[in-house]
Ligand binder design. Structure first.
Ligand code: INI
Length: 197
């Protein structure tokens, strides 16, 4: 048996995409700067004209999952980092945006097998957001670390099944047949009443 964990070495060939919401860009711009600082100090070429990082700006956090998934299905990226800031206002809009972005980012990762990092702050006030985007510490740095770690881990676990999922599903949403049958077998083994043959 084995222990698998992501490393922060051998990352010179990694390709990353960063999706950034313009909404609250006072905050998201700082998250991006923290993220870039981390990547740069780990030897990643963060130049948008280079070969390692693409940047995609979207109107707000709500739009992030669609774009993250679209990027992931290209199979060009080892990880995708999503940066946004959802700040509670006087309306329920916060709750809709916050829950949709979290669900959508998770779905983009599940559907494609590409690590999609949830770098979206959900806070009550602008002060809390800024504290997490550089005044106290910068979570952008952490999101970059998460991306490198997950990219490395997924490489170790192998990308074969994910490639199969993209190639054999027109909607790019289906599980590969091998995973489907394994899942069905697993569920059956969990639900079969004891002693039932
Ligand atoms: N988008 C954010 O990224 N953060 C917010 O706090 C926010 N609030 O509170 O409204 C927000 N709204 C815009 C939303 O993400 C979409 O861009 C918009 O609804 C258009 O689809």
């Amino acid at each position: 048996m084995a222990v698998f964990e992501g490393k922060f070495t051998s990352i010179e060939t990694f390709r990353l995409a960063i999706v950034i919401g313009r909404f609250n860009d006072l905050v998201t711009g700082k998250l991006l700067a923290g993220c870039q600082d981390c990547l740069k100090r780990h030897g990643i070429d963060i130049n948008p004209d280079g070969t390692q990082v693409d940047y995609v700006w979207v109107p707000g956090s709500f739009e992030i999952p669609l774009v993250a998934r679209q990027l992931a299905i290209t199979n060009r990226y080892d990880a995708i980092i999503c940066l946004g800031a959802v700040i509670r206002g006087q309306t329920p809009h916060f709750d809709y945006v916050a829950s949709e972005v979290a669900k959508g980012v998770a779905t983009a990762g599940f559907q494609t097998g590409v690590p999609v990092i949830l770098g979206v702050l959900t806070v009550d006030t602008m002060q809390q957001a800024l504290e997490r985007a550089g005044i106290k510490n910068n979570h952008g740095w952490d999101y970059a670390m998460n991306a490198l770690e997950m990219a490395s881990l997924m490489h170790q676990l192998g990308k074969g099944l994910e490639a199969e999922a993209y190639n054999h599903s027109p909607a790019n949403t289906a599980l590969p047949a091998s995973l489907k049958s394994a899942t069905v077998a697993h569920i059956a083994s969990q639900t079969e009443p004891e002693g039932n043959t």
